[in-house]
Ligand binder design. Structure first.
Ligand SMILES: C[S@@+](CC[C@H](N)C(=O)[O-])C[C@H]1O[C@@H](n2cnc3c(N)ncnc32)[C@H](O)[C@@H]1O
Length: 204
C-alpha cells in the first residue's frame, strides 16, 4: 500500500483501515462486480486515491455527507475512513440500489466501525435528505446529478463530483436545465479529468 500516494497525511490507523477495506473489496470482487476487473492491478491509484482526493474539500463542513450510487464504496467508504481518522463530525449516508453491493458496504462499515448508514434503495425513491454535502462518482451525467442534488442537498450545501475529460461539456449540457455555481479542480489521478464542486442548484 502506498500512503505516500494519498493527497493528504493519514494516520497509521487510517491507513490500516484503508488496507482492510481494499482487502475486502478484492475478496468480494470475485463474486460481485464492485470495480472493473481491469482496474484491480491499479486499484490503489484508480480508486482509493481518486476517491481520497475529495477529502481535500472537507473544509469545516459537519453533518451529513450523502454519497449516491456508492457501488463498492467509492468515494463514500474511503471518505468515511479518512473523516473518522481526522475526528470529523461527519456522518456518511451511502445510497446503493444493488442489494449485494449494499450488503458489502454494510459489512465494511460494521467491521471498521465507521460513521456510515447504507440505504439499499434507488435514489429516486429516497425521501429528501437535506444533506450538507453530496458526492457521486461514475453515476450519471451532471444534468442528472443536479436533479438528485436539487432534491437532497441543504440550501447552503455543496455537491462534489469527480468527472472525466468531458466535464466542460457536461456543465454546458446541465446549464440548459439547471442554474448553479461551479468550481473546477484538476484531478490528482488523471491529467484529463476534473473534480467539480457545485452549489446553489436551481431550475432555470
Ligand atoms: C458505475 S457504478 C459506480 C460505483 C462507484 N460510485 C464507483 O465509483 O465505483 C454506479 C453505481 O450506482 C448504482 N446506481 C445506479 N443508479 C442508481 C440509482 N438510481 N439509485 C441507487 N443506486 C444506483 C449502481 O448499482 C452502481 O453500483
Amino acid at each position: 500500500m502506498m500512503a505516500g500516494d494519498l493527497p493528504l497525511d493519514v494516520s497509521r490507523e487510517t491507513l490500516a483501515k484503508l488496507e482492510i477495506y481494499v482487502e475486502m473489496l478484492r475478496k468480494w470482487n470475485v463474486a460481485i462486480n464492485l470495480v472493473a476487473k481491469s482496474t484491480l492491478e491499479d486499484l490503489w491509484q484508480r480508486h482509493i486515491v481518486d476517491s481520497a482526493q475529495l477529502a481535500e474539500h472537507f473544509g469545516d463542513v459537519t453533518g451529513t455527507w450523502l454519497d449516491l450510487g456508492s457501488g463498492g464504496g467509492l468515494p463514500g467508504l474511503v471518505l468515511a475512513i479518512i473523516a473518522q481518522g481526522q475526528g470529523r463530525d461527519l456522518h456518511f449516508h451511502l445510497v446503493e440500489s444493488d442489494l449485494r453491493k449494499a450488503t458489502f458496504l454494510r459489512q465494511v462499515a460494521q467491521r471498521l466501525e465507521l460513521p456510515v448508514t447504507v440505504s439499499a434503495v434507488r435514489i429516486e425513491s429516497l425521501a429528501p435528505q437535506n444533506a450538507d454535502v453530496i458526492s457521486a462518482r461514475a453515476l450519471a451525467p451532471l444534468k442528472v446529478l443536479c436533479s438528485h442534488a436539487a432534491r437532497h442537498m441543504a440550501a447552503d450545501g455543496f455537491a462534489i463530483f469527480p468527472k472525466g475529460s468531458h466535464a466542460a461539456a457536461e456543465i454546458d449540457e446541465a446549464r440548459a436545465i439547471w442554474d448553479f455555481t461551479v468550481e473546477t479542480y484538476p484531478s490528482l489521478t488523471n491529467a484529463d479529468a476534473e473534480v467539480i464542486k457545485v452549489k446553489n442548484i436551481r431550475h432555470v
